[in-house]
Design a binder for this molecule. Sequence first.
Ligand code: GRF
Length: 202
Amino acid sequence: MTARVAVLISGNGSNLQAILDAIRMQVLGAEVVVVISNRKRAYGLERATKAGVPTRYHGLKPYLDAGKTREDYDADLAAIVGEYDPEWIVLAGWMHILSNAFLKRYPYAVVNLHPALPGKFPGAHAIQEAYEAFQAGLIDHTGIMVHLVPDEKVDAGPVIATTEVPIYWSDTLAMLENRMHQNEHKLLVQALQRLFEGDEDE
Ligand code: GRF
């Protein structure tokens, strides 16, 4: 079975690349049917194009400039996604919070990757916050989770997979970021394998 997947990105797209590579190497039974970015110059769009995947840009600013709402933006985003008829929508570094105008159209089909363990460090600065918490002696490790997005809560929802990531005293923030990204790439692919294959082979 080949799962039809839409991937939403905002930037570099290294997690998108991990998905594309896993598909190419046939370790993930999926097809990326579209990559959508809220940033026009997101490098992930180039990665998609190189892999022969259609891309769309959907920016928020024109909506805000025209006095439209986030819900308007999200409803149109849902319509764009709908054109490609995906079964799953993967948020791989998508830096907007989706409102119900989007989520109600795709119940239990939206998957998010977050660089922290469940309940820890929600929001856009999770890795830096974990690094600082470690320096302050509050935690001795961090981690990553992949979860479903059932509602508007930020970086929360039914957990599909987690992995712990160690932090060392010798780490710079850049070293921790690098270790986190390496682990994200692996965990995201594993979580999607589990999700797409379900319990079929067990
Ligand atoms: C990742 O750390 C993801 O978890 C986060 O944004 C980053 C995106 O990286 N929320 P990339 O665009 O996939 O390289």
